[in-house]
Design a protein around this ligand. Structure first.
Ligand code: FOL
Length: 209
């Protein structure tokens, strides 16, 4: 059996753990979406000391770090605007009971089960992210996920799909903001952020042991 690799879920959820509405996100928060894109894509490795900082092939060329992978359910795939999928610069893996349909339409790898998708993550992938939706989060989180990047939307908004409250499960704790910054590798805003009258906060949760 191959060794388990770390799996990070990334999700934005309201105070009631609402995460979706009518096949899409319950809000449009461009700054929060940029956070999602930046975290899941990852950053180039820091320039090696002694190399010029800017303007050379080393900094303008291809990203120096491994390509990350995003694993998602078919409804989440459908919810991503067509012009943004497959999500660029990331391995996209989609779970669908009818993988052929997704693959034919999208030139993207599809798998009949979550386990198959994990097994399909390329060996050279960097970080692996579970990006939803409710079916996969709620099925996979307790067993397979060891870290959650949770954007807590500090509002109650109409939603029709919900995340189960993993924060109450044994072993989970909220990491400090410094731990979050260290893990992502850049300076994440701390405390409440407000966009379009919607307040939210970037959190990281980790499972110990
Ligand atoms: N996690 C968080 N924190 N926020 C989210 O909005 C989110 N969304 C999903 C999963 N985890 C999340 C699933 N839904 C795109 C659209 C919907 C979506 C995930 C991604 C999307 O279009 N992403 C583009 C960004 C485009 C832009 O800059 O507006 C990408 O390149 O990632």
């Amino acid at each position: 059996k191959p060794t388990r690799r770390p799996l990070t879920a990334i999700v934005a959820a309201t105070l009631d753990n609402g995460i979706g509405r009518e096949g899409g996100l319950p809000w449009r928060l461009p700054g929060e979406m940029k956070y999602f894109a930046r975290v899941t894509t990852g950053e180039p490795a820091a320039p090696v000391t002694g190399e010029p900082a800017t303007g050379t092939a080393a900094t303008t060329g291809p990203r120096a770090h491994a390509r990350n992978a995003v694993v998602m359910g078919r409804r989440t795939w459908d919810g991503i605007p067509a012009k943004f999928r497959p999500l660029r610069e990331r391995y996209n893996l989609v779970v669908s009971r009818t993988p052929g349909a997704v693959e034919a339409a999208a030139l993207t790898s599809a798998y009949a089960s979550f386990e198959d998708a994990l097994a399909g993550v390329p060996d050279d992938a960097g970080r692996v992210f579970l990006i939803g939706g409710a079916t996969l989060y709620n099925a996979a989180l307790p067993q397979h996920v060891d870290r959650v990047l949770l954007t807590r939307v500090l509002e109650r908004l109409p939603c029709d799909v919900f995340l189960s409250d993993f924060t109450a499960l044994p072993g989970w704790r909220q990491a400090s903001h410094d731990e979050l910054k260290e893990w992502v590798g850049w300076d994440v805003p701390e405390g409440e952020v407000e966009e379009k009258g919607i307040r939210y906060r970037y959190e990281m949760w980790v499972k110990d042991g």
